[in-house]
Design a protein around this ligand. Structure first.
Ligand code: HAM
Length: 421
C-alpha cells in the first residue's frame, strides 16, 4: 500500500511553493513597514497553555487539539494558533519590560483536528501579528490597517471587514445573562450543539452557522446595547479612525469569535466567492490574556490570516503574477571528459551570484539544449573540445539565438546582458 500524506495535510510542490514565497514576501515586507518584528515559537507547547489561553470550553480545546504525552508523560499539544504561544514567550522573557507596545509577527504551521475540506486543513499556516502593552484604539485601527494593506498589496480588492466589540468581562457578563434569558424560551428551535452550549457559552449561538439558530435569535438584544461607557467609547474611536482613513467595514452584531480571550474589538475578513471557508483572517483585542497566562496585567491585540485560504482567494481571483524562476545559465557539455571543467565553471558562476545548472544524466548535446529550454535558461554555455583547446567558451542567447565567443570576462558579459533585460 502506498503511504499518503495524513488526512488534512498536503504537500506544497515547487510550482505552488513559488506562490507561497511571493505571498510571504509581501506579508513580511508589509509587517516590517508597520514596525512588527518576527518571533518564532515552538511547534508544540504545554497543553495547559492552550487550555488556559484559548478557553476550556472552546471548540479548539475540546475537540480540535493534537495532544499527546511525551516519553516523560508530559502533556504536550501541537499549537492550534499563535496568540497563546506569543503571550507565553512575552512573559517567559519579560519582554514587557522594554519599550511598549511590543509588536511581533509570525508565520508558520498550526494544527487543528478539523473536518478537512477546501480551505480547511489539519495542518495549515497562519501569518499573525500580536501587539502587547497598549489599549489605545488607534493601535486596534493600526492592526486593521496592516491587515487591509496586505490584502491590497496582494491585489485583493473585494473583501468584507466585519467588526464588532465583545466588551469587557463586566459588560459581557451582563449581556451573557440577558442572552441566556432570551434563549431559554426558544431553546428548542436551536441546533443540537447550541441547545447544549447555550448555558455555558450563549455568545456562540450568535455566530452559529445553522439557519435555525439564525432565525431563533432575530430581534434579540445586541452586545452593543450592553457595552459599558468605556467599551462603547473605545469602539467608537476604532470606528472613527477606520472611517477617517477610508477603511470600509460592516458592523456585525453576531461576530463573537471562537476563542475565549477576546475583549472589545473583534474582527474578521471574509472574501466572498471563495466557497464555504470564506474567513481568511480574524483577530481582536485580548486585554486579559497576558494576566491569565501568569503575566502582568497587560493588554494586547492581534490577528491571524489563514494562508491557505488567502492563496486560494488570490489564485481564484487571478491575482497571482507570473512566477517563473528562469535560470540565468545552463552549461551544455559536448564530451564526457569535459565534465570536470563544466563543474568548476558552474561553481564559479554560482559563486558570482548567477543561477546556473547542467545535466547530470548523460544526455546528448541536443537533449541538453532541450533541457536548457525547459528550465527557461536565458543563456547556454557550450563547452566542447574547440572551446577547451582555444581557451574560450561559446555563449548562446536562447532568445535571440545569437552566439558569442568569450575569451575573458564571462561573468561581467553575462551579468550586463542579464541586467539589460
Ligand atoms: P482564528 O480565527 O481561529 O484566530 O484563525 C485565524 C484564521 O486561520 C482563520 O480566519 C482561517 O483563515 C485560518 N484557519 C483557522 N483554522 C483553519 C483550518 N483548519 N484550516 C485552514 N485555515 C484555518 C486565531 O487563530 C487567533 N489566534 C487570531 C488572533 C491573533 N487573534 C488575536 N491575535
Amino acid at each position: 500500500m502506498k503511504i499518503k500524506a495524513p488526512r488534512g495535510t498536503y504537500d506544497i510542490l515547487p510550482e505552488e511553493a513559488v506562490k507561497w514565497q511571493w505571498m510571504e514576501q509581501i506579508i513580511q515586507e508589509t509587517a516590517r513597514r508597520f514596525g512588527y518584528r518576527e518571533i518564532r515559537t515552538p511547534i508544540f507547547e504545554h497543553t495547559e497553555l492552550f487550555q488556559r489561553g484559548i478557553g476550556e470550553s472552546t471548540d479548539i480545546v475540546t475537540k480540535e487539539m493534537y495532544t499527546f504525552a511525551d516519553k516523560s508523560k508530559r502533556s504536550l499539544t501541537l499549537r492550534p494558533e499563535g496568540t497563546a504561544p506569543c503571550t507565553r514567550a512575552l512573559i517567559e522573557h519579560s519582554q514587557y519590560n522594554g519599550t511598549l507596545p511590543v509588536k511581533w509577527y509570525y508565520i508558520g504551521p498550526m494544527f487543528r483536528y478539523d473536518r478537512p475540506q477546501t480551505g480547511r486543513y489539519r495542518q495549515f499556516h497562519q501569518f499573525g501579528v500580536e501587539a502587547f502593552g497598549s489599549r489605545s484604539p488607534y493601535l486596534d485601527a493600526e492592526v486593521i490597517f496592516l491587515l487591509v494593506e496586505i490584502l491590497q498589496r496582494m491585489g485583493l480588492a473585494e473583501y468584507e471587514l466585519h467588526l464588532n466589540s465583545v466588551g469587557c468581562p463586566v459588560c459581557r457578563e451582563h449581556y451573557r445573562q440577558k442572552l441566556i434569558e432570551h434563549i431559554a424560551p426558544v431553546k428548542e428551535k436551536l441546533c443540537k450543539d447550541c441547545q447544549v452550549r447555550y448555558l455555558q457559552n450563549p455568545l456562540r449561538v450568535l455566530d452559529c452557522k445553522e439557519a435555525s439558530c439564525h432565525q431563533a435569535i432575530v430581534n434579540f438584544p445586541t452586545l452593543m446595547d450592553s457595552l459599558c461607557d468605556d467599551c462603547s467609547s473605545h469602539y467608537s474611536m476604532v470606528q472613527k479612525t477606520l472611517q477617517a482613513n477610508g477603511i470600509d467595514y460592516i458592523h456585525d452584531d453576531n461576530l463573537v469569535r471562537g476563542l475565549d480571550y477576546y475583549t472589545n474589538t473583534a474582527f474578521e475578513i471574509h472574501i466572498p466567492g471563495i466557497g464555504a471557508q470564506s474567513a481568511v483572517g480574524g483577530g481582536g483585542r485580548y486585554d486579559g490574556l497576558v494576566e491569565s497566562c501568569g503575566g502582568p496585567s497587560l493588554p494586547g491585540i492581534g490577528f491571524a490570516l489563514g494562508l491557505e485560504r488567502l492563496l486560494l482567494a488570490v489564485d481564484k481571483l487571478g491575482c497571482v503574477p507570473e512566477l517563473r524562476q528562469p535560470l540565468d545559465v545552463f552549461i551544455t557539455v559536448m564530451q564526457d571528459d569535459l565534465e570536470p571543467q563544466a563543474i568548476s565553471l558552474l561553481l564559479k558562476l554560482r559563486q558570482q551570484g548567477l543561477s546556473a545548472d547542467k545535466d547530470y544524466s548523460g544526455k546528448s548535446g541536443r537533449a541538453q539544449m532541450k533541457l536548457a529550454d525547459k528550465l527557461g535558461a536565458r543563456y547556454v554555455i557550450l563547452l566542447g573540445e574547440d572551446e577547451i583547446k582555444g581557451n574560450f567558451v561559446t555563449v548562446r542567447d536562447m532568445q535571440s539565438k545569437e552566439q558569442f565567443k568569450i575569451e575573458e570576462g564571462l561573468v561581467p558579459f553575462l551579468r550586463a546582458r542579464l541586467d539589460n533585460r
